[in-house]
Design a protein around this ligand. Structure first.
Ligand SMILES: CC(C)(COP(=O)(O)OP(=O)(O)OC[C@H]1O[C@@H](n2cnc3c(N)ncnc32)[C@H](O)[C@@H]1OP(=O)(O)O)[C@@H](O)C(=O)NCCC(=O)NCCS
Length: 264
């Protein structure tokens, strides 16, 4: 086993707080006012800015930039190799700390709660928060002030705007687009594969324009556009695109009424 020496730029107080049981690649750049707890592993291309808190057991790989004031919870993995990069990692027989993935940026003052996994090529805006055990796969971009609830899965090639609130257990498949100021209720599912491998079909994620709200456990079929201001009732299965400020309910979802003016 190759051995790494511990490389830290930091004042003595910080150094003293840090236990020896961490592995930081010599080329990683860590600001002196960052705090790195025990049992963390930090790879070659990682930059950690000031006032970042990396909790015990976190693993940060690839080309990852963690901006000031951000908190990374226990046992998070940031910069996980993408599906096509994993093979390279395995055949290289090199430690994962040598892995050079595409850029991950977690911007300022974010809270990434314990157990979360974020793949390489993900950008998360300022002041975002996640719950515990979320998964965000490659080529995904999330704007500022957005929340991703516990146990959410975002499969990759997804864009999510600013001020979006995604409640626990939401599933967002490849190629979905979620605009700004949206609310996705608990356990709702967006889908992208109409015939589920039974027929040739290009995966098409739904598009949620701005100010869309999805009730709990609603399901949005592939390629559907929910126009600005749409509200989807709890448990609805949406099979056709909506018009601006429609409220739709049921399975299959039917138009109920327009969003009342005092709800906007
Ligand atoms: C869609 C919704 C916003 C409609 O609210 P509303 O306008 O006050 O609706 P009402 O309660 O007046 O019901 C109007 C009609 O729609 C029906 N309806 C309401 N919500 C429904 C739903 N989710 N599914 C099926 N039918 C529904 C009602 O049965 C009623 O039918 P009727 O006129 O034949 O009696 C609301 O019912 C809803 O589903 N909210 C989502 C809650 C949620 O999941 N929140 C997530 C965070 S916890």
């Amino acid at each position: 086993m190759e051995k790494y020496h511990i490389f830290l730029i930091g004042d003595d107080k910080v150094k003293k707080e840090i236990k020896n049981s961490l592995i930081i690649h010599p080329e990683a750049v860590i600001h002196e006012n960052a705090f790195i707890d025990a049992f963390t592993i930090i790879g070659k291309g990682v930059t950690i800015e000031k006032d970042v808190y990396i909790s015990s057991g976190a693993k940060i790989y690839g080309k990852t930039l963690i901006k000031e004031g951000t908190y990374i919870g226990e046992n998070c993995i940031i910069g996980n190799p993408q599906r096509n990069q994993l093979k390279e990692v395995i055949t290289s027989k090199k430690p994962i700390t040598e892995f050079e993935g595409a850029l991950v940026i977690i911007n300022k003052n974010c809270i990434i709660r314990s157990g979360s996994i974020i793949y390489s090529e993900v950008i998360i805006g300022n002041n975002c928060q996640t719950g515990h055990d979320i998964l965000i796969r490659e080529k995904t971009k999330i704007g500022n002030n957005s929340l991703i609830g516990t146990n959410c899965i975002i499969e990759g090639n997804v864009s999510i705007g600013n001020d979006v609130s995604i409640q626990s257990g939401v599933y967002i498949p490849l190629f979905s687009k979620v605009g700004n100021n949206n609310f996705l209720g608990p356990n709702c599912a967006l889908t992208n594969d109409k015939y589920m491998l039974r027929n040739k079909y290009d995966l098409k994620g739904p598009i949620l324009e701005d100010k869309v709200s999805l009730g709990a456990k609603s399901v949005i079929l592939p390629g559907i556009t929910l126009k600005r201001g749409t509200i989807v009732g709890a448990g609805a299965v949406v099979i056709t695109s909506t018009r601006e400020f429609d409220i739709v309910v049921g399975n299959p979802a039917k138009f109920l009424k327009k969003v009342p003016k005092n709800w906007k």
